[in-house]
Design a binder for this molecule. Structure first.
Ligand code: ATP
Ligand code: MG
Length: 150
């Protein structure tokens, strides 16, 4: 059983700096995801620490915060059937070297930290992460506004 679902994605600073934004968005929309909200944000240290607070005890946390505040990110909300898992599949494994061919991280990631994109990993985290970047009023009621995907 699949149902229409929302997930939060980020294009990370490495991919924006490398000029991959357009290609990444093309892959995502070609895979049938609908973008229902999008903004560019230069995260403060406090915001980046709050977004990744679940990793605060990990050895890579200071470096991750440094990276995520090294340039702007593009945050967007995707909607699709089973969007959370479907987008994790499109992104590929955390380490681009281990990501399946054709996935966003295999195509655009540099290493396990600078891995081009983020995607929510559960419905609870999707709700939290969407609310971190967007109010409900900023999201487009996609079913009533856009033609359905073919
Ligand atoms: P994301 O949460 O960004 O979608 P993920 O769920 O695949 O990625 P997490 O385990 O949640 O991976 O790690 C969050 C982020 O921290 C990774 O995307 C990556 O940028 C960084 N990271 C994870 N593991 C490492 C590591 N071993 N060394 C350096 N950075 C890491
Ligand atoms: Mg994660």
């Amino acid at each position: 059983m699949t149902r229409r679902e929302r997930t939060l994605s980020l294009i990370k600073p490495d991919a924006i700096a490398a000029g991959h934004t357009g290609k990444i968005l093309d892959h995502i929309t070609s895979a049938g995801f609908q973008i229902i909200g999008l903004r560019m944000v230069f995260l403060s240290r406090t915001q980046a620490e709050a977004f990744y607070y679940m990793h605060r005890e990990r050895p890579f946390f200071p470096s991750l915060i440094e990276f995520m505040t090294s340039g702007p990110v593009i945050a967007f909300v995707l909607e699709k059937e089973n969007a959370i898992q479907a987008y994790r599949d499109l992104m590929g494994a955390t380490d681009p070297a281990k990501a399946a061919p054709g996935t966003l991280r295999a195509l655009f990631g540099q290493n396990v930290e600078k891995n081009a994109v983020h995607g929510s990993d559960s419905p609870e985290n999707a709700r939290r992460e969407i609310a971190f970047f967007f109010s409900e009023a900023e999201l487009i009621p996609v079913q009533s506004t856009f033609p359905q995907p073919v």
